[in-house]
Write a protein that binds this ligand. Sequence first.
Ligand SMILES: [Zn+2]
Length: 325
Amino acid sequence: MSGRWTVGVDFGGTNTKIGLVAPSGRLGPSRVIRSSALRGPRAFVDAVSSAVDDLARSVGARPARLRGLAVGAPGPVDAARGIVHTCVNVPGWREVPLQRLFERRLGCRCRVDNDANVVTLGEWRLGAGRGARHLVCLTLGTGVGGGIICDGRLLRGAAGSAGEIGHMVVQAGGPRCGCGRRGCLEALVGTTAILALGRRALRQGAPRLRHIMEGRGGGRLAPRWIGQAARAGDRRAQAVWAEIGRRLGLGLANVVNILSPERIILAGGIANNWSSFGPAMRRTLRAEAMCTPGRAVRVVRAALGDEAGILGAAVLVWETGRGET
Ligand SMILES: [Zn+2]
């Protein structure tokens, strides 16, 4: 049975996580490598492959007998050909045929996809999206990624780039986005936007936020301190999250109007502030979405946490076997 293990690789800007996943979806042995230690694609393939060799040996399997390996990469990917176009915040990656490099090195089937698509697949099959045929998943963090399951399969579109919900413009002429445009959802609810609102709250006087930031935060503002201040009753910190909730609700209303999903899953670190932004998000979503009688959408939190990237990559291998993606 050792040949049934699948390898999931979660390639992040800070850490790269590699794990073996059992057919049941259970995470087996895993390893974390600092991404900054991997200079360029070749070093990446070498280090990840060595880790896969070790992990496979630890369960008595040979790499060529693994069911497959998939990588979720932090940037645009040509999933059909297994090519990483670029990586956000990781230098030295341009048009890298990552799928071919891994297949040559490991001798098992390999796949590559955008990290948000991978998280979406993981939540759909193993997490908060189980049983749904129509769902949308958003990853909320420094970037805002998106993935769409439409009629029981991952929506890729003509160019393979569908699902970039974070780059839907929701405020014409709004703040500048990392993609170079203005007013994208990412520029309105991503970490940069939350910090901008947090700094404004501090200027207006937010005593609990300032206290938490200067104590636990060592003087550095971060979304988690704004979250803690809000939960501790800081009105201005609460207003930050209410504004984020309104913006997010508006974005989700557009998504609902176009796709009519039965479920929307919110993943990523920012989703931990659910209790603070949730009420304003739901209010705005209810007010702005055109109703679909008898088909109310449910917005839920992701269930897989930090394991979503590894587990989702394994799902990508399994779905390929079924010819679904
Ligand atoms: Zn953008």
